[in-house]
Design a binder for this molecule. Structure first.
Ligand code: DAK
Length: 258
């Protein structure tokens, strides 16, 4: 009997949790898993009641990278035709916030997957790395670019060129991990943070995410212009009126997403 390799849960109001579920292969990302992650994230993002998404694995692995057994015999054209970058772009382009809850290994494509998320919460014994050079390839799902942007050239080179793994604490100190927590608390902390975000006005959250992501690769002026347009637009939202009125009236705001 086959088991679903990606699961979707609703651990709290406004929160969807997408779980990679191939424990016997350390959650290695075969094509089925990749497609299902992209499909579930897209579906959850389209769901009006979902305001924030948690992406996670299990205790032993967030994901140990692309499935080496699946791709070992493939040639260039077959790799090209797999279209994996498009799937990862779907995840990176998710309009709603995605929190990676990382326990165990986040290696190769697994580290790259975590880096497509907006926030990374890691357990103290989690291990990160881009070990692709050890098997004759290089990071191919954005690792050379996203790791470098996250931690800077010299740390990125140090790990990409040796393939060495690094601890969650080192990842935290380098700025790759947003929050470091005891292993037992990873999922709970990610869900709690997702709940906190889910209670905030969704239009403001979506525009804040967009401004950060678009601005990060743009010139400062362009990023600032984008931010200004976004905040001006938010002054047409009911949630802006409600949020400010609630502050003045000393009550809890009721956000509707309009
Ligand atoms: N692929 C396939 N199977 C894997 C796997 C992987 N990445 N990682 C682990 N497994 C399987 C093992 O083969 C083993 O299977 P059985 O022998 O039981 O059948 C099972 O999971 C348990 O693994 P271990 O016995 O090794 O478990 P340990 O706890 O001792 O070690 C480990 C865990 C994660 C440290 C170790 O398994 C490991 O080093 N795994 C490989 C890590 C790795 O090299 N990751 C990078 C993969 S390359 C592209 C875009 C992206 C990519 C490629 C192309 N394009 C756009 C074209 C991405 C490439 C990669 O990610």
């Amino acid at each position: 009997m086959t088991h679903p390799v990606v699961l979707v849960e609703r651990p709290a109001e406004g929160v969807a949790l997408v779980r990679i579920n191939r424990p016997e292969a350390r959650n290695a990302l075969n094509m089925e898993v990749r497609k299902l992650i992209a499909q579930h994230l897209t579906e959850q993002a389209d769901e009006a009641t979902v305001r924030c998404i948690v992406l996670t694995g299990n205790d032993k692995a967030f994901a140990a990278g692309a499935d080496i057994k699946e791709m070992s015999g493939l040639g260039s054209i077959e790799m090209l035709q797999r279209g994996t970058l498009k799937l990862w772009s779907t995840i990176a382009g998710c309009p709603k916030p995605v929190i990676a809850a990382v326990s165990g290994f986040a290696l190769g494509g697994g580290c790259e997957l975590a880096m497509t998320c907006d926030i990374i919460i890691a357990g103290e014994s989690a291990r990160f790395g881009q070990p692709e050079v050890k098997i004759g390839i290089i990071p191919g799902g954005g690792g050379t670019q996203r790791l470098t942007r996250a931690v800077g050239k010299f740390k990125a080179m140090r790990y990409i060129l040796t393939g060495d793994l690094f601890s969650a604490r080192e990842a935290y100190e380098m700025g790759l991990v947003s929050e470091l927590v005891p292993d037992a608390e990873v999922e709970k902390r990610a869900i709690d943070m997702a709940k906190q975000i889910a209670e905030l006005p969704p239009l403001a959250i979506e525009m804040a995410k967009e401004a950060v992501l678009r601005g990060v690769d743009a010139a400062l002026d362009t990023g600032l212009a984008l931010e200004t347009k976004a905040i001006q637009l938010l002054f047409s939202s009911q949630d802006q009126k409600e949020g400010m009125a609630a502050f003045i009236e000393k009550r809890k705001p009721k956000f509707t997403g309009k």
